[in-house]
Write a protein that binds this ligand. Structure first.
Ligand SMILES: C[S@@+](CC[C@H](N)C(=O)[O-])C[C@H]1O[C@@H](n2cnc3c(N)ncnc32)[C@H](O)[C@@H]1O
Length: 622
């Protein structure tokens, strides 16, 4: 509450002024140290922001060699949302096909950080394969399958400010997928590292257990159940030692260490679960399980998080105050001048042309004249420089939502503190080729407040003169695409309260060619459907669990003042299923591939610019 904060500050100042007068007309000596709200580990006072309120931190992971991790800054109850709002999700459309057609050698670090669009219901946007960049939990959190404590849900789909391609030059320039929330899958205590599932379980919205299997460079990472197996192995080891008296007085851990290091078991994911430290050995002897030990080891104190981490929930999503910009980021709390307001770990793309898209006569046959037709939307979410092929795309929580404003910028960029995470400053003195093919993210920036920022203020960054000029040029030369006036998106149809048309009615009044109708097959198979049939109440119909299959409406009727539809769902290629008396909420329109605003040939594309004074000369390869 801004007013309360300001009042408190004013009252505090008034008290100070009163006590400063000593009666002799002299100011009281400045011997009184200011009360230190956020002392650093060595006692230095940090600017008095509200760091104690911070709910999510980015800091080095408790898993050795795993780079950054995310931590809980407070307790979370099972099911509670971990962030003030969910994340934006940015689709990459058939990127491999656009690249193979160019015949390039294709390496993309994003591949290590993207999610399957199928599980997030975004696969219909492309023909072959849609990958999605999901900053925050989707990219910055680690996976430790036996300790997973975070569930990541699906994004919502909506068009902010109702921008339309017939009148808005901003249409197609930002992602319409947003608010991908992350919730606590178990009770989480303050200081715990947060782990997501990359995942092990073959569930629909996850990549599948092969993620680690296909990444041999991580070594044998323990997967589901391996911590429990490892604990049993240790118990068996103790039993064996008790039986064999000679082994009993073995010096501390030696026999054990040689056992777990035995080369025959090199590939064992269970043995890899041991860290082989004396501390671990001691705790195992206290009959703690490896799971308990890992949670204990991963627990961080407030002091540690403040010293090694950066608060990552200082912002919340909202519709931007700049209409054409789409959504934006807003301060959740008072942010103090000169403080770090958000971490920006970066995914590098050595050659920006990887994001070029081609004009295909038909992408399914890859028939193309190799003519570039715009760029992936991802470009708008990355930083670049006019004299370099390098792009750096941030994946910190909510930071992808920050808009450009030259006159009202309240944050600026700087290179991150190497001690706080994934930043290797020596790369600023290496040529781009040196790290372009590196399979892990190694650079990070951070955002600094240029002045005090009050809760609810929109966060603005100056993307640079080049970006500003490109946007102005875009707005001046922009004209609506032919036939834009008639365009109706799936989102518009979904938002409309009009009755759905039957197959027969559509012969006279067809739905636009750019959409298809789907229905949620999961709903019909769930108890929610039975409940709905009995009571007419739509309880769950949850977009996080729904599974949308092609559907055609046969007829409709009114039951208890509610419109209900009977439809045929194409469950798979060979099977249709009849669905009776369903509510409208069980149906949804999807856009067809390559039809939404982001595919408009006149949609704005430009990287945000890294300021000249920060940009290393070594990287200037153009
Ligand atoms: C990093 S994204 C910012 C988040 C974006 N607004 C969204 O809704 O996802 C950068 C894109 O936001 C839009 N944008 C940011 N600042 C803008 C501005 N001042 N005017 C118009 N569009 C802006 C542009 O489309 C730009 O390419």
């Amino acid at each position: 509450d801004v007013n309360v904060n300001q009042e408190t500050i004013q009252t505090e100042n008034a008290n100070v002024d009163a006590s400063e007068e000593t009666g002799t007309g002299e100011k009281k000596a400045e011997q009184d140290e200011p009360t230190c709200k956020n002392p650093d580990s060595d006692g230095t006072c940090l600017p008095p922001s509200n760091l104690e309120e911070c709910g999510i931190w980015l800091a080095p992971s408790s898993i050795p060699g795993a780079g950054l991790g995310m931590y809980a800054g407070r307790d979370f109850k099972k099911g509670e949302e971990l962030q003030p709002s969910g994340e934006i999700v940015i689709p990459m459309i058939d990127i491999n096909h656009h690249q193979y057609a160019l015949g390039d050698q294709f390496f993309m670090l994003w591949d290590e950080y993207t999610w399957s669009a199928t599980g997030l219901h975004m696969d219909h946007l492309g023909y072959v394969e849609v990958k999605v960049a999901s900053p925050g939990f989707g990219s910055a959190a680690n996976s430790f399958i036996d300790l997973v404590n975070v569930d990541e849900l699906r994004p919502r789909h909506s068009i902010p400010h109702g921008l339309h391609r017939s009148r808005d030059p901003g249409a197609g320039a930002f992602s319409t997928y947003h608010d991908r929330q992350s919730t606590a899958s178990v009770d989480i205590q303050k200081g715990e590292e947060l782990f997501v599932d990359y995942g092990q379980q073959v569930s629909l919205n996850r990549y599948g257990w092969w993620w680690f299997r296909d990444r041999k460079h991580f070594g044998p990472v323990p997967l589901l159940g391996d911590l429990d197996t490892a604990t049993s192995v240790f118990k068996r080891f103790l039993e064996m030692r008790q039986k064999h008296h000679k082994l009993r007085d073995e010096p501390f851990g030696d026999l054990w260490v040689s056992f777990v290091e035995k080369t025959d078991f090199d590939d064992s994911r269970s043995l890899a679960a041991f860290r082989k430290t004396e501390e671990e050995w001691r705790l195992l002897h206290q009959l703690k399980t490896l799971k308990e030990i890992r949670i204990l080891e991963g627990l961080r104190t407030d002091e540690w998080l403040r010293e090694h981490g950066t608060c990552a929930d200082n912002m919340v999503e909202g519709e931007s105050t700049i209409r054409q910009a789409g959504r934006g980021a807003f301060a959740t709390r008072r942010l103090v001048k000169d403080s770090v307001i958000a971490p920006l770990p970066l995914i590098h793309i050595g050659d920006a042309s990887i994001l070029d898209m081609l004009e295909f006569e038909d992408i399914r046959t890859l028939k193309t004249e190799n003519v570039t037709n715009g760029a992936q939307l991802t470009l708008n979410y990355c930083f670049g420089h006019r004299e370099s092929s390098l792009l750096l795309c941030p994946y910190g929580p909510l930071t992808s939502l920050i808009n450009h404003n030259q006159t009202q910028a309240n944050v600026k960029l700087r290179w991150a503190d190497a001690a706080k995470g994934n930043h290797e400053p020596e790369l600023l003195e290496r040529l781009v080729e040196h790290f372009a093919f590196d399979k892990t993210a190694k650079l990070a920036m951070e955002l600094i407040a240029l002045r005090d920022i009050q809760p609810g203020e929109e966060i603005f960054l100056d993307y640079g003169d080049d970006w500003e000029a490109a946007w102005q040029q875009h707005v001046q030369s922009w004209e609506p695409h032919p036939r834009a006036a008639d365009y109706i998106s799936a989102y518009q149809l979904d938002s409309s309260s009009e009755r759905l048309l039957t197959e027969f009615e559509q012969m006279d009044r067809p739905y636009p060619e750019n959409v298809q109708l789907r229905c949620d097959i999961k709903f019909f198979r769930s108890i929610d459907y039975d409940h709905f049939q009995q009571t007419g109440e739509i309880t769950v119909l949850d977009y996080h669990t729904s599974e949308w299959v092609p559907c055609e409406i046969l007829r409709f009727r009114v039951v208890n003042n509610q419109m209900r539809y009977t439809a045929v769902a194409r469950v798979d290629e060979n099977k249709n299923e009849k669905l009776t008396d369903a509510p409208k909420e069980a149906f949804k329109f999807l856009d067809n591939p390559y039809t939404t605003d982001m595919f408009l040939p006149n949609a704005f594309r430009h990287a945000m610019m890294i300021p000249d004074e920060m940009f290393p000369e070594y990287w200037m390869n153009l």
